[in-house]
Design a protein around this ligand. Sequence first.
Ligand code: ATP
Length: 513
Amino acid sequence: MQKNEDPLKKIISHAKEYGFVFPSSEIYDGLSATYDYGQMGVELKNNIKQYWWTAMVKMQENIVGIDAAIFMHPTTWKASGHVDAFNDPLIDNKDSKKRYRADVLIEDYLAKIEAKIDKEVAKGLNRFGDQFDEAEFRRTNPNVVRNATKIEEINKRFKKALEEEDLKDVKALIEELEIADPVSGSKNWTDVRQFNLMFSTELGSTADGASTVYLRPETAQGIFVNFLNVQKTSRLKIPFGVAQIGKAFRNEIIARQFIFRMREFEQMEMQFFVKPGTELKWYEYWKSFRINWHKALELGDENYRFHDHLKLAHYANAAADIEFDFPMGFKELEGIHSRTDFDLKAHEEFSGKKLQYFDPEENKNYVPYVVETSIGLDRMFLAVFSSCLKDEELEDGSSRVVLNLPPALSPIKAAILPLIKKDGLPEKAREIFGTLKYDFSIQYDEKDSIGKRYRRQDAIGTPYSITVDHQSLEDHTVTIRERDSMKQERVAIDSLYAIIEERASFRNVLKKI
Ligand code: ATP
């Protein structure tokens, strides 16, 4: 597939047509960057959560889960730095009236120079073949060196301008680089302003003296403020982790690319508390665990890459993203951050409460260091959905649309289909439905021809279609059709539970991590 807008369009329309994702409040023309998950979407989303929770909590001796409130005491966000610094620099184009993130405009500009370098390197490889020494080429080729220096200089100046809150210089940089509005081509820009991404609202009635509260922009702080509650009540010893899945809200300046960047989204985060000095070892451990978690789904190892952060947030001493090859190219799917003791120390300072751990081996108190893994559930949904949606040409010249999800993630594990709507076949099919419904999500479908029903199940990713025919009434067997190979085998009805359990449960995926 080509990396343009088209593949995303196809994904959006398939997601809508088959009940995975709808635009929010669509009858009122929708609300930008907000989406609703439909009858299939909610199942896929729940399965992704279950996969994460099982791997990160249930399978771990020393990790427990919590579910903290979305509203938190407003001082939480002072301490975490979000009130003062959770900003994006925004800029408007006066002609097109479009709004952009100034940092994104500059990053896109840098990406274009980077692409020129890559092109030059590819030319070199073509010319020199096996003899090609890429490192040497990058050091000495004049075009590459000139462009690399340019990137470095722009980066340095941009970083300095942001650090010093010199927004005038950010604008000057955009003008000097002659960056144009990607939509209109206009270079007529407003000044750059800082824009805080937190949504705020009032708690209590105004008469009582309402106070401003925020919708949490990340779930992590709910874990930090509960650090001692969990440690004391669970009696966990360091190193240990606390995990949480929940909604987060960010007033993103530009939210586009479907469910990749939303204003209301869900995060799956785990904070791992460790002894100071051991954090980089644990950081490596979690990087490797998390990439294995992704790869165990077998969506294609080539779809993932690490992006190590060179520019670190003020609280981090190491950070990397796991990037996924989305239809619009490689983008951040998950972050793994070594957050030092920044958050716990800040909460100690602002709350006046000690947030320390007594280490019996060391016989002393300390504020633990934290390694965090943070993945957006909706981005994971998009990664899975977009990489599994295929247009297939079949041997007989026809084609089909198939969503070849890992069976454990499929919304429906098996469809039960009576071949025809009479002769006692629906009754037999419903009897099978009745035995499997307690353990699996199963769909009963008797409408349309069997071929059409198979296609419908292919499009929603059902791995197994079970057809009940006249022979079923005689010998208590059915055919089971496998989605990807489209092969059918005849099996005893009594063996269905074991077959689905073996092939469509998470066990075999989890064992690969
Ligand atoms: P980005 O640079 O893409 O804005 P971020 O670095 O701000 O992301 P984090 O604060 O590290 O993101 O959040 C952790 C994870 O939460 C991200 O890896 C991503 O999967 C998810 N996430 C963040 N913002 C959004 C959003 N607006 N919509 C959907 N998912 C998001």
